[in-house]
Design a protein around this ligand. Structure first.
Ligand code: GLU
Length: 283
């Protein structure tokens, strides 16, 4: 009789433990899924837009080495360009002051990981909207239209994408759409990948490749840095730029799109465009 009682008590303890353990496991799993950043109460967390307003600063990932879009001026350490002016306009509309901004350097390869790890609120860095990237981030409306081209030393035998053949050495940047695009257009070419655009341009100047490929708008900036190089041929892809935002932050996406539309309707967008690109936008 006694033994039977002990047996049922033991069974009850085991059953209870299993329930408690299963419960704990479930809770942990949920926390891990909901808040990779480690916040314990994801439900209570404000939207990223609210967090930006609370902190009083917009943190934007921009290029530091891309003339016309985001280039750090070594004489005063200011970062300047088209993307920077768009970033400042967003700080002004969200926080009422364009100086309430921190610009952090990203490269084509580091920008999405930095957004994922909450180091930046937005990516405004010559970034093409693609279906592949839409799986990882949300995008604003298109704010700039570029297309991929080739930059060569003046006098080069390469005059367009048709001259890129087996044995042609093409320089590109890791994490850029340009790499996959050139492999698709000219599968026979040899593609050398660099960490950033200044390294790729230095390699072209050092004769390590026959052409550098990326968006025409970026290549025009390189031409402005060294008149010995020119953009050849027509653009062979469409590269619509978007501002990237962490997935699910719809309030921030809406605030960004609202300001982009306001910049266009006020004429401010055209002024920024002309200031950096030298012409008015097509359309
Ligand atoms: N727009 C292209 C891209 O998003 C090339 C420019 C860049 O590397 O940022 O990949």
């Amino acid at each position: 009789m006694m033994a039977k009682k002990w047996l049922s008590v033991s069974v009850m303890i085991i059953v209870l433990s299993v329930f408690v353990l299963a419960g704990c496991g479930g809770t942990n799993e949920k926390e891990t899924n909901d808040s990779p950043g480690g916040a314990t109460e994801p439900e209570a967390a404000a939207s990223l837009l609210d967090a930006i307003k609370d902190r009083g600063k917009l943190v934007v990932g921009v290029k530091f080495d891309t003339k016309l879009f985001g280039l750090k001026n070594p004489s005063n350490d200011e970062v300047e360009g088209f993307d920077i002016d768009i970033a400042k306009a967003l700080a002004k509309s969200i926080l009422g002051d364009e100086t309430k901004i921190e610009l952090k350097e990203v490269t084509s390869k580091t920008r999405i990981p930095m957004l994922d790890s909450n180091e930046i609120d937005l990516i405004i860095a010559t970034m093409t909207i693609t279906e592949e990237r839409r799986k990882q981030v949300d995008f604003s409306e298109v704010y700039f239209k570029a297309g991929q081209s080739l930059l060569v030393k003046k006098g080069s035998a390469i005059k367009s994408i048709d001259d890129v053949k087996k044995g042609t050495k093409i320089l590109a940047v890791k994490g850029a759409t340009s790499v996959d695009n050139i492999i698709e257009k000219s599968p026979e070419a040899t593609v050398l990948e660099f960490d950033n655009y200044q390294d790729a341009f230095s390699a072209l100047k050092a004769g390590q490749g026959d052409a550098l490929t990326t968006d025409n708008a970026i290549l025009y900036g390189m031409m402005a840095q060294d008149a010995g190089y020119e953009v050849v041929g027509e653009p062979f892809t469409d590269e619509p730029y978007g501002i990237a935002i962490k997935k699910g932050e719809t309030a921030l996406v809406d605030a960004v799109n609202k300001e982009l539309a306001a910049l266009k309707s006020s004429g401010e967008y055209n002024k920024i465009y002309e200031k950096w690109i030298g012409t008015m936008p097509l359309e």
